[in-house]
Design a protein around this ligand. Structure first.
Ligand code: NAP
Length: 486
């Protein structure tokens, strides 16, 4: 394995069409999760920088929102093209900063580019309505317009995808944006902004601030000119932001944490189910909000299921993200690794069995990295921490169940409601179970839920609002009802 040293780059803020130093003139370290070395310095923005970014977004809003849909679509289409042309550089940045295997990072770039193009096209279809009135002298119309300047706050696990999923519909709707990307992974968002600048996004329309999250967040949440906050991240931070947004009744979209059940019935195609589970669970090292977090296997097939899954999981190649053969990279941080180690230790102490993994891998040259071996735990039960928290790591905990009613009740027994999966070949059961699961999204013999055409999002404490499809764009639009006597 070759050990690659990355160059240390310095990232500035992007405010009103200029790349600028933070007022503090202070920078924080961006660290490689594979090696622990500093790979970039990012601007430590604060309240004053954020205020300047909002000034720019508010000033640019009237002109951007009055542009025709076609003018906005033309710019976004150029941005899409530039993303495709620069896909390698974008993917490399994602992989370096968060450890994602390069092939998965490339997939993220393509998916992000798709969101840009899809919204460019959909922006041309922001139609109004004429409603038949109850009296002949009236005309009732509904028009839709941009909600206003928007604050977008994004996490590190899909550092480009989450940015594109917010910025593209916001721009297509006619909104201007202040983005705060995650501190671990500012690089791909910054490259995206450079491409957006090249594509012709006018100054002030998009702005980017990195730095202390609560200080930046407070300014974004308390400035009345920001009319909407779109957030992806943990449920805890989401709740804090929701309380602050309530003060001004700001519009919000919240894409929060998950605790996905993955149900496998005895009538499932087990080859397909284990192959899909190995992909879903270990994609992005398990750091995905829709990762299977509780795997329920019908008791009659437990042994066969475990042996088929084990065979697939033991073939997964763990390593440095930029190595093309890598399938599982490191966790993003020491804290992420510790959470995984603690959950496994506690589960084993309470009787769980390690089927495979359960330790850090021996990777020469990457001893400082936050790696953990893909792990299967059997005999897990509800008394364990892993059963009650989002793991966000490469651990597959297996539970068994006897009946359909029992597993539906267990799957729904959580405050989360983002994604759920059901594997069965019984048509009636597939309808019953998918309709009974209290989740925003259900994969039926399928694990791919983040599709540009479909509404991605959760219920209960997993959030509100949807990203993707027409709903994703509608979240950045207000309806205005106009009643006319003529
Ligand atoms: P996080 O800690 O909540 O952080 C998300 C973003 O919020 C980061 O940019 C962070 O900044 C910022 N932030 C933190 N505290 C803040 C505050 N007080 N005010 C304003 N901003 C604040 O989440 P994460 O660890 O990055 O991401 C993992 C979580 O995201 C998981 O729970 C996962 O399930 C969830 N997620 C959900 C979806 C979905 O679509 N539902 C998708 C992906 C991830 P710093 O980076 O500077 O701390």
């Amino acid at each position: 394995m070759t050990i690659v040293k990355s160059e240390v780059t310095t990232y500035q803020l992007y405010i009103n069409g200029d790349w600028v130093n933070p007022i503090s003139n202070d920078y924080f370290d961006v660290v490689s999760p594979a090696t622990g070395e500093v790979i970039a310095k990012a601007a430590h923005g604060d309240e004053q920088d954020t205020k300047l970014a909002i000034d720019a977004a508010a000033t640019a809003f009237p002109e951007w929102s009055r542009k025709t849909s076609k003018e906005r679509a033309d710019i976004l289409t150029r941005l899409h093209q530039l993303m495709i042309e620069n896909a390698d550089e974008l993917a490399k940045k994602i992989s370096e900063e968060m450890g994602k295997p390069i092939m998965q990072a490339r997939g993220e770039v393509m998916n992000a580019a798709d969101y840009v193009l899809w919204n460019a096209e959909e922006g041309k279809r922001i139609y109004g309505e004429i409603i038949p009135a109850a009296t002949p002298d009236k005309r009732l119309q509904v028009i839709r317009h941009a909600v206003g300047p928007v604050a977008a706050i994004t996490p590190w696990n899909f550092p480009l995808g989450m940015v594109a999923r917010k910025v593209a519909p916001a721009l297509a709707a006619g909104c201007t944006v202040v983005l705060k990307p995650a501190e671990q992974t500012p690089g791909s968002a910054i490259l995206f902004f450079r491409l957006a600048e090249e594509a012709g996004i006018p100054k002030g329309v998009i702005n980017l601030v990195t730095g202390t999250p609560d200080k930046i967040g407070d300014v974004l949440l308390t400035d009345k000119r920001i009319r909407k906050v779109t957030f992806t991240g943990s449920t805890n931070v989401g709740k804090t932001l929701l309380k602050k947004a309530a003060e001004q009744v700001k519009r919000v979209s919240m894409e929060l944490g998950g605790h996905a059940p993955f149900i496998v019935f005895e009538d499932a195609d087990l080859e397909h189910a284990t192959e899909q589970l190995a992909r879903n669970k270990f994609l992005n090292c398990g750091q995905t909000c829709i990762s299977a977090n509780r795997i329920y296997v019908q008791a009659s097939i437990k042994d066969q299921f475990l042996s088929m899954l084990k065979e697939k999981v033991e073939k997964l190649q763990v390593g440095y993200g930029l190595d093309v053969t890598t399938q599982v990279g490191p966790l993003v941080s020491a804290a992420g690794l510790k959470k995984v180690e603690d959950q496994v230790k506690e589960a084993v102490a309470k009787g769980a069995q390690v089927v495979t993994g359960g330790t850090k891998p021996d990777l020469k040259g990457y001893e400082e990295g936050f790696f953990y071996q893909p792990t299967i735990l059997a005999d897990v039960n509800e008394s364990m921490r892993i059963a009650n928290e989002e793991t966000f790591g490469p651990i597959a905990p297996i539970y068994t169940f006897e009946t359909e009613e029992e597993v539906i009740a267990k799957a729904n027994d959580t405050d989360f409601g983002l994604a759920a999966y059901c594997f069965t070949t019984n048509l009636s059961r597939s309808i019953r179970v998918s309709e009974s699961l209290e989740y925003g999204m259900v994969g039926l013999n399928d694990i791919v839920l983040a599709q540009v055409e479909g509404p991605f999002g959760g219920v209960k404490e997993s959030g509100m609002g949807r990203e993707g499809g027409p709903d994703g764009l509608a979240d950045f639009l207000e309806k205005k009802f106009i009643s006319t006597v003529y």
